[in-house]
Design a binder for this molecule. Structure first.
Ligand SMILES: Cc1cc2nc3c(=O)[nH]c(=O)nc-3n(C[C@H](O)[C@H](O)[C@H](O)COP(=O)(O)O)c2cc1C
Ligand code: SF4
Length: 527
């Protein structure tokens, strides 16, 4: 059998030249007349090693990286097809500590299989979850998901089984499964990685969700910045239809499930579930009042499950291995694994899937290797742009929904953005408020008007104009945003702002920078 060479087709690997490396591999294979095949796999999630090339040998898969095109001929000369040493040799991929120390459940196949090979998917445990689901009633599937302890990975951590049960119990001729692949949080990419690296697991998860609640159609709302993921899912969906895993007779069970990917509208607020539904219906992405919940009255007014990509992609392993297997991972009320995404000023950025309970420090230092700049870590923002800034003294907080809430932070989608000691938290607070002003859907006054006024107040604080009075005003404004906003964009923006003031007061007590006066006048005139 011809040796297999794996070159990731993942967008992160492409951004550092994976396509050119794959092409150079093909040229070497042709010119040397060797018998080998190049497979475009997903990423293993070790971004500092991309493009990470692997070769299958009798010992297992051997990794080399990060590789540039000019190093490809030398790699062949060194005998990499037999897994021989080279200066980029990393040994067995699965023995690289970053990977070896993870607990990959949702990402079990990502980077291992050919993402668009259904036979590869099935031979690596794919569709076993669906097989089991087909032997259960809808209620039994819902109970299995409830008992696993799975909570939504989109940010709010709401129990997935409870949401499904509401949809199951709401009578309707038409129900929908909507996958939220808008992935707007800063420093996050887990949804993208799984859609590009193991798309069938999401298709399988959505199909199981459909069987569980009695939905016959599903949509995947993918952010417009993810063209590769969109293409990959489109292809995978076409294959699933062709092989009878989607359509009128899912896996021969006589039930229907149709699936379509849809391109997002390019706004952060379209990741909020009700705005997403508006956008999916072809309208402007604006928040809907709740109640009614989407589970009762969602897409086109019908009962709808809206779940994040990772929530849905985790369902197959729960059905396959059983609820107890999954809930044995984790701590407290956070069961299973968290897909941690290390970003920002970090030496070894990438995806770490690990049981809940690991501390921030372990994630950042044991896996991430500390800051990329080598300077001391000063702040960490977990949970996206609405997450709190934590100082180094909170690094021993375990990655657990409740532990973070106790420290007035949130885990969100698992993104962790690291800052070294060159960061200015007053400017980060301004950035957060400005983000809210730019991304506000405009439906409610506290957020629409308050965020813009908030930027002005922070500008005055930075410029040292009536600082004490403006800090008090900012605190009042944050209270209004928390209590009066219609959705979590306005409601949570005080998290980054107030955490910056609380943990880094010295940054709000500096002499005014020379450009401060200019900044205030830079405000957009249309606001
Ligand atoms: C402003 C805002 C943006 C959001 N963006 C996303 C997003 O990009 N992806 C996502 O899955 N959930 C996002 N959410 C959460 C969704 O509203 C919703 O809770 C989630 O899709 C439910 O799925 P889950 O239960 O599987 O987490 C966002 C929420 C808010 C308030
Ligand atoms: S808080 Fe902001 S984003 Fe949310 S509904 Fe109000 S204006 Fe729209």
């Amino acid at each position: 059998m011809s040796p297999k060479i794996y070159v990731p087709g993942d967008a992160a690997a492409l951004s550092v030249g994976a396509d050119a490396v794959a092409k150079a591999m093909g040229e070497q294979i042709a010119s040397r007349r060797v018998d080998a095949a190049v497979i475009r796999n997903g990423s293993r999630g070790m971004f500092w090693l991309e493009p990470l090339v692997e070769v299958e040998t009798p010992r297992g898969r051997i990794a080399y990286g990060p590789l540039t095109t000019d190093q490809v001929p030398g790699l062949f000369d060194a005998g990499f097809l037999e897994g021989k040493p080279h200066k980029l040799y990393l040994g067995l991929t699965e023995d690289i500590p970053y990977l070896k120390n993870q607990e990959r459940l949702t990402f079990a196949r990502c980077g291992i299989t050919d993402p668009l090979s259904l036979s590869d998917y099935v031979s690596h445990g794919g569709y076993r979850g669906l097989e089991r689901a087909l032997q259960l009633t809808g209620l039994q599937i819902v109970d299995e998901v409830t008992n696993s302890g799975l909570r939504g990975r989109g940010g709010a951590g709401f129990p997935t089984g409870v949401k499904w049960k509401t949809v199951l119990n709401t009578p309707s001729d038409q129900k929908y499964i909507v996958c939220n692949a808008d992935e707007g949080d800063s420093g996050t990419y887990a949804d993208r990685m799984i859609m590009e690296g193991d798309p069938f697991v999401l298709i399988e998860g959505m199909t199981i969700a459909g069987l569980a609640v009695g939905a016959t159609a599903g949509y995947i709302y993918i952010r417009s910045e993810y063209p590769h993921a969109f293409r990959q899912l489109k292809r995978a969906i076409a294959i699933a239809y062709e092989k009878g895993y989607l359509g009128g007779d899912v896996a021969g069970c006589g039930k229907r499930f149709d699936l379509e990917p849809r391109m997002g509208a390019g706004a952060y607020i379209c990741g909020e579930e009700t705005s997403l539904l508006e956008s999916l219906e072809g309208k402007r992405g604006q928040i809907r009042f709740k109640p009614p919940l989407p589970a009762i009255k969602g897409l086109f007014g019908q009962p709808t499950v809206v779940n994040n990509v990772i929530s849905l992609a985790t369902v197959p392993i729960i059905l396959d291995q059983g609820a107890q297997y999954y809930r044995d991972f984790g701590m407290g009320k956070s069961r299973g694994t968290l897909t941690i995404q290390l970003a920002g000023n970090i030496k070894r950025g990438g995806l770490v899937e690990k049981a809940f309970g690991l501390t921030l420090r372990e994630a950042i230092y044991d896996f991430g290797g500390g800051t990329a700049s080598g300077r001391p870590l000063r702040a960490v923002q977990a949970g996206g742009p609405l997450g709190a800034y934590f100082p180094a003294s909170l690094l021993d907080t375990p990655l657990d929904y409740e532990a973070f809430a106790e420290k007035k932070g949130m885990l969100g989608h698992g993104g962790i953005v690291v800052f070294d000691d060159s960061v200015d938290l007053a400017h980060q607070a301004r950035f957060a408020m400005e983000f809210c002003a730019v991304e506000s859907c405009g439906k409610c006054t506290p957020c629409r008007v308050g965020s813009t006024r908030g930027v002005e107040v922070i500008d005055r604080i930075i410029a040292n104009e009536d600082r004490a009075k403006n800090l008090e005003l900012l605190s009042d404004l944050c209270e209004v945003l928390t209590d009066g906003s219609l959705c979590a964009l306005g409601g949570l923006i005080p998290y980054p702002v107030q955490s910056a003031i609380k943990h880094f007061p010295e940054d709000f007590d500096k002499p005014a920078p020379p450009e401060a006066a200019g900044r205030i006048q830079e405000r957009p005139s249309w606001r």
